[in-house]
Design a protein. Structure first.
Length: 133
């Protein structure tokens, strides 16, 4: 679905990229935050990512905190798009769509090849029977 990728190393984060699995998704210093970050300028409950009625991700910043979105200071709520750069305190993050994973389609491909082979063989049999007469 969506992911946050750290663009700068920082303490308190074990992963370079965090998948956003459920909404609302909290960002901050609090231990219960979905994206836990430590650093200067980061509040306990700094920001929240949720979905609006259109299903688009919305970043909401707490009243006391501030955030840079693509180098512009924002407060309140803003719709996010893939590739947006967030600066929360001293931490830079990139908001992206998660990469699409291809399902394993080996069984379906095998069935298509087998059916195609059966079709081609049946065509040869039909042609052979008609040429014999």
């Amino acid at each position: 679905m969506f992911q946050l990728t750290s663009l700068s190393p920082f303490k308190g984060l074990d992963h370079h990229t965090v998948e956003i699995q459920a909404f609302p998704f909290s960002i901050g210093r609090h231990d219960s935050a979905d994206f836990h970050m430590e650093g200067a300028g980061i509040w306990e409950n700094h920001a929240l990512i949720s979905l609006n009625e259109d299903g688009r991700p919305v970043l909401s910043i707490c009243k006391q905190a501030s955030c840079l979105l693509n180098d512009g200071v924002i407060q309140g709520a803003h719709v996010l798009k893939s590739g947006d750069i967030l600066k929360i305190g001293e931490i830079m993050l990139r908001f992206d769509l998660s990469p699409c994973l291809q399902r394993n389609s080996l069984m379906q491909e095998a069935c298509v090849y087998i059916l195609t082979g059966v079709f081609i063989i049946s065509q040869f049999i039909c042609v052979y029977l008609f040429l014999d007469r």
